[in-house]
Design a protein around this ligand. Structure first.
Ligand SMILES: [Zn+2]
Length: 417
């Protein structure tokens, strides 16, 4: 397998990746723009877009921000509401894999920023039914989360006639350099289906599974083009206008707003996705079983590009986390009602044969991994000079019953303990 000589990404990255003559991947090359673009100019562009959507008559919200109890939510709301003075409607799709910390962070988010929040919680039995199907069809326990969180804001935009949706980072751009920042790509139903949803819209699932009904998947159905055009809905990504640095942004939020973080099972990043017990756990373990690399490679790659880890330090992190077994597999299996061997059978069908093979005893074996590519040709020539350390904070752990962390859901989410 070919691996980028600068970061840790393999040629079989599911979002598609290419390499130049030096062996550097498309993601690393696009990332170089972060140090060459005029971000002041880009931010002015953002301001112009935002102000053109400001509803000065105050008859409606100015925009929609999709949020969760983690992943850049505080930063995005802080930027849009405090810095630019827009009045956003926050929307959240309830993933139902919530950690207490995620519930706490989300409750504080709406309180601190004094925002209205709309939540969609789909009937848990329907979520289980859909998840059993997506596990079988595409080896995913996360399809419902991604489908829900990418569609609910669009449905609300159409229904409430709020044309502007503000997202954080564009993953295809940030990870594999699918687009330049200068393309200013916006949200599309096509990208959502092809990449976020692994090629499956809700309608495709109904067509294939007789016991799945239209009413089961209604919450996951993307509004049609006519509805979108009528309101003029568009979704912009802040990462095209602001030099995106998730670690630094989270640290600012910890300092200013007491955003809380925690250790995660399969990665060293303690900031992103702390709201979900499956994301950096069972879901990420599945990613590893499919593609031969996990979230730790994504996070180490990001830190290498931002010059806080050397490539060698990144590989050490991968060594430490990549093979770790998930903590919450039993919990998940009980919830969905599948045995561990049934789970393994379902996932094994999706292992990428370019990196996985069975040995003589029929056990799965990684044919290749970044650990075999520490000294590849071109590593020295293309390396980035590290300029800072890479330390992720774990904030003090306070439970809901402990004094000083009263997030009982009263009013806008804060009460007394
Ligand atoms: Zn790379």
């Amino acid at each position: 397998m070919k691996y980028c000589v600068r970061c840790l990404y393999p040629a079989n990255h599911p979002l598609n990746i290419s390499f130049d003559d030096d062996g550097v991947c498309s993601g690393c090359r696009i990332h170089e723009e972060k140090d060459s673009l005029n971000w002041n100019f880009r931010e002015k562009k953002l301001k112009r877009i935002l102000f053109s959507y400001k509803n000065s008559a105050k008859e409606n919200y100015d925009c929609i921000i999709p949020v969760s109890g983690a992943r850049d939510s505080y930063f995005i709301v802080d930027t849009i509401k405090r810095l630019y003075g827009l009045n956003p409607l926050l929307v959240t799709y309830n993933k139902q894999y919530n950690t207490p910390l995620g519930i706490r962070n989300l409750a504080y988010l709406k309180t601190i920023f004094d925002c209205d929040l709309l939540t969609l919680t789909v009937n848990p039995e329907i979520v289980k039914k859909v998840t059993r199907i997506t596990l079988q069809e595409m080896g995913s326990i996360y399809w419902h989360c991604i489908a829900g969180q990418t569609v609910f804001p669009v449905q609300i935009a159409v229904r409430f006639k709020i044309p502007l949706i503000i997202w954080g980072v564009h993953q295809g751009c940030d990870q594999v350099g699918m687009f330049s920042h200068l393309n200013e790509v916006e949200m599309t139903g096509k990208y959502r289906k092809e990449h976020d949803l692994m090629g499956y819209e809700a309608e495709d699932l109904i067509a294939k599974y007789n016991d799945l009904k239209f009413e089961d998947v209604r919450p996951f159905i993307y509004p049609n083009d006519k509805e979108i055009e009528k309101v003029g809905v568009r979704g912009i990504y802040l990462s095209n206008y602001i030099r995106w640095d998730s670690k630094k942004q989270h640290e600012d939020m910890i300092k200013i707003y007491d955003y809380r973080t925690t250790e995660q099972t399969r990665t060293f990043d303690t900031y992103n996705d702390v709201d979900c017990f499956n994301y950096s756990d069972v879901h990420d373990y599945i990613k590893y079983l499919k593609w031969g690399f996990g979230k730790v490679s994504d996070h180490a790659t990001r830190e290498i590009r931002l010059k806080r880890l050397t490539r060698e330090e990144g590989i050490e992190k991968v060594k430490l986390y990549q093979k770790k077994k998930p903590k919450y597999l039993k919990l998940f299996l009980n919830w969905i009602g599948i045995t561990e061997s049934g789970f393994n059978f379902l996932i094994d069908r999706f292992r990428d044969q370019r990196v996985w093979e069975r040995d003589k005893t029929h056990q799965w074996r990684l044919k290749d991994s970044i650990l075999n590519h520490i000294n590849d040709n071109g590593v020295l020539k293309t390396r980035l000079e590290k300029y800072a350390d890479c330390i992720f904070q774990v904030t003090e752990r306070l439970g809901p019953k402990l004094k000083g962390d009263g997030y009982i859901l009263i009013g806008k989410g804060i009460g007394q303990t």
